[in-house]
Design a protein around this ligand. Structure first.
Ligand code: DC
Length: 204
């Protein structure tokens, strides 16, 4: 039977790492839905209209290695405010969520809009400063020349836009369990998530 796990939260809270580890632990497929918006954002940067890009998205557009830059992240957050873009990406995400064998989807609106009936819902968060510090270290590790203050401003700008858009804003579903990773290392955050999901599997 399909079991769907929804993991939402702001940028760099650790939801990607947690989602991958949770998917590996339970043997489920994982979809990073941010990549869909990043792929659309990357197309807008090269001049393709956002709605057209969203409607014609291909699996080959989701190449992770080219989509992890700050410019693409900001473009993704901007295209994500356009209702027609969001609508064009709904069916793919819901089909993925229903796949036999279980699925983990991470994003901003999975527990609220894409999979409101998900079997387990987590909302992963951390302070903006901690998230910016992590993202800064990650960007530096990838050889990008940047400054902490710039990354912090970027994180705050994206939070603001993602939380305040009219269509599917970033917010915890009413039945989501919150995990604040500000003071947790990766292993503890992953263990916490697995424990919460295991609990909902035994109840459900
Ligand atoms: O998770 P991420 O940082 O890769 O997401 C990039 C942007 O995409 C994010 O700032 C907002 C948007 N997004 C969204 O609106 N809904 C989702 N389910 C996932 C991402």
């Amino acid at each position: 039977m399909a079991f769907t796990i929804a993991i939402d939260g702001p940028a760099a809270a650790g939801k990607g790492t947690i989602s991958k580890a949770v998917a590996a632990h339970f043997g489920y497929a994982h979809l990073d839905t941010g990549l869909l918006y990043r792929a659309v954002g990357a197309k807008v940067i090269v001049g393709i209209p956002a709605v057209q890009a969203a409607k014609s998205l291909q699996a080959s557009d989701l190449d992770d290695s080219t989509l992890r830059t700050p410019d693409v992240a900001q473009a993704a957050s901007k295209v994500a405010t356009i209702p027609e873009v969001r609508a064009a990406l709904v069916d793919f995400q819901r089909a993925f969520a229903r796949r036999a064998g279980g699925a983990v989807l991470d994003g901003r609106d999975i527990g609220t809009v894409i999979c409101p009936a998900a079997d387990a819902k987590l909302f992963v968060t951390a302070t903006a400063e901690v998230r910016a510090q992590r993202r800064f270290a990650e960007l530096q590790g990838n050889g990008l020349d940047t400054e902490y203050e710039t990354v912090l401003a970027d994180v705050k700008e994206r939070d603001e836009r993602d939380m305040n858009r009219a269509d599917a804003p970033l917010k915890p579903a009413r039945d989501a369990v919150l995990i604040d990773t500000s003071d947790l290392n990766i292993a503890d955050a992953v263990q916490t998530a697995i424990a919460i999901i295991s609990e909902s599997q035994s109840v459900g």
